[in-house]
Design a protein around this ligand. Structure first.
Ligand code: ZN
Length: 360
């Protein structure tokens, strides 16, 4: 990092001098994205592309995009965000729509130098819409394979159930995840409203998921307290925790997560946009690091929150004064937390270190 000493410049001016090289450093690093919802990754241009032949939707999309831009992607509260997420998913009417947003997402990942992504598909929402999970998966799988070949981004899938729809619904999602396990579905997870779908409801479903040979993750400690994280780890066997924002509220849960080396999928802009944090700087990420926890950085629903993985890393670096070795360490954590074979992890680690060494 270029050091500027005694220059007489103010903080903002110093930032402006330092920013391009920090951003360039981050942009060049090969990256891994672990917490990324397909339906939350549809940028305005893709929404327009999706709805261009549907005049009744077009105006809704225009209103939606300008509202988001006007409100700086703030939803006010988590329920309003869930409603907005549902609205976007309704625009995905056919398997071809899902294929289009997959292609555009992989192109966006390639632009950011993301080498590997585990993309979450809200299979539960597809069931809720009474669409065919099979037809959608065939379409997105083909779109991802084509983009992978063209752009060199590797993709695997996580099937996500809507927790407030209950355990029977989750079991249906799991059945589909199990069916496509040999075709790139690596994990099963739950998301949505933690208060209305407590983790303990899903103990049996998670046991079945593990028996099927799937990895398991869970959004936990996002909108409710640390007890939800404890249950996700102890009863569900979650291998990674989505958000874990409230973790520090209970030292015994911190100890549990630390001892088991459970990676946290941290997504600070998401937590601000859904009204859980007032400012990015309020995220406990630096205290997570101090507590010896395994932190990964992710963008969650980047298009719905007006962010990207590169921006999340850049904002975190600036907000928490992360050093470049710390930025690289967070990247290493993501690679090791990925549901990939050891040799694939080792290859990504080598690429990361080679690039970090070349650009520092
Ligand atoms: Zn999420």
């Amino acid at each position: 990092m270029r050091k500027v000493r005694n220059s007489g410049l103010g903080t903002e001016e110093l930032k402006a001098l330092e920013s391009p090289s920090l951003d360039a450093f981050i942009a060049r690093l090969p990256k891994v994205e672990l917490h990324l919802h397909l339906e939350g990754s549809i940028r305005p241009a893709t929404l327009r592309e999706l709805t261009q032949n549907k005049s009744w939707l077009w105006q809704k999309v225009e209103d939606w995009v300008s509202e988001r831009e006007r409100d700086s992607y703030a939803y006010g509260n988590f329920q309003k965000f869930l409603a907005a997420f549902a609205l976007v998913t309704l625009m995905l009417e056919a398997p071809e729509d899902y294929a289009l947003v997959t292609t555009r997402l992989v192109e966006w990942l390639a632009e950011q130098n993301v080498k590997y992504a585990e993309i979450t598909l809200s299979a539960g929402v597809i069931l809720w819409k009474k669409q065919s999970v099979e037809a959608v998966f065939e379409a997105i799988s083909a779109a991802a394979s084509e983009s992978e070949r063209r752009l060199g981004v590797r993709v695997q899938w996580i099937f996500d159930a809507v927790r407030q729809f209950g355990a029977d619904h989750a079991r249906q999602v799991l059945d589909w995840a199990g069916r496509f396990r040999s075709r790139g579905v690596v994990a099963f997870g739950i998301g949505g409203d933690e208060a209305r779908g407590p983790a303990e409801l899903f103990t049996d479903v998670y046991r079945q998921a593990r028996d099927l040979g799937l990895h398991v993750t869970a959004h936990a400690g996002e909108t409710v307290g640390p007890e939800s994280i404890r249950v996700a780890v102890e009863l569900l066997g979650a291998e990674r925790i989505g958000h874990g924002l409230t973790l520090l509220g209970d030292p015994s849960v911190v100890a549990l997560v630390r001892e088991r080396r459970i990676p946290l999928e941290v997504c600070p802009t998401s937590n601000v946009a859904t009204g859980l944090l007032e400012r990015f700087e309020d995220h406990p990420l630096p205290r997570f690091l101090k507590s010896g926890l395994v932190v990964t950085l992710n963008s969650d629903d980047p298009a719905m929150f007006g962010t990207s993985l590169n921006e999340e890393v850049g904002k975190a670096a600036r907000s928490f004064a992360l050093s470049r070795p710390q930025i690289v360490e967070i990247g290493e954590n993501s690679i090791r937390a990925a549901f990939l074979a050891e040799d694939e992890q080792a290859r990504l680690l080598r690429e990361l270190h080679a690039q970090a060494g070349a650009s520092s």
